[in-house]
Design a protein around this ligand. Structure first.
Ligand code: AMP
Length: 119
C-alpha cells in the first residue's frame, strides 16, 4: 500500500492539525488518543512515512527502529505504565482494524485492560 500523505497523522506531523502532545524527539511523536479506550491511551508514531508495522519493520532504518522502540519504552515509563503493566497494540490492515494508515502503537493502561481480542 502506498503511503497516503493526507492521512490524519501525517497532518499532525506537519503541524496542520493539533494534537495533545506527550513527547517528541527526532524519531517519534507521541500524543493522547482523541477517543481514549482506557484511562491512559497514548499513540506513538514514527516521524518517517510508514504505513504499518510491516512497512516499518522492513523499510525502517536501524536508527529509526531503535529510536522508535526506545521512545516507546521511555514514554511508558514516564507515563507511569511500567509498574502495573500496560497493553501495546499495532492494528494492521483491514482485518486488524487499522483506521489511520501511518504506523502507530497504542499504549493502553492506567487500569486493567480487558480481553485481548473481540471478534
Ligand atoms: P487504528 O484503528 O489503530 O488506526 O487507530 C487510530 C486511532 O487514532 C484511533 O484510536 C483514533 O481514536 C485515533 N485518532 C484519530 N484521529 C485522531 C486525532 N486527531 N488525534 C488523536 N487521535 C486520533
Amino acid at each position: 500500500m502506498a503511503y497516503d500523505q493526507n492521512n490524519i497523522f501525517a497532518k499532525i506531523l506537519r503541524g496542520e492539525i493539533p494534537c495533545n502532545k506527550i513527547y517528541e524527539d527526532d524519531y517519534v511523536l507521541a500524543f493522547h488518543d482523541i477517543a481514549p479506550k482506557a484511562k491512559v491511551h497514548i499513540l506513538v508514531i514514527p516521524k518517517g512515512e510508514y504505513t504499518d508495522i510491516v512497512d516499518f519493520g522492513v523499510n525502517g532504518s536501524a536508527d529509526e527502529l531503535k529510536g522508535f522502540y526506545s521512545a516507546v519504552a521511555k514514554i511508558a515509563a514516564e507515563q507511569g505504565l511500567t509498574q502495573d503493566g500496560f497493553r501495546s497494540i499495532a492494528n494492521t490492515g483491514s482485518f486488524g482494524g487499522q483506521e489511520v494508515p501511518h504506523y502507530h502503537i497504542h499504549l493502553l493502561g492506567g487500569e486493567r485492560i480487558g480481553p485481548m481480542t473481540s471478534l
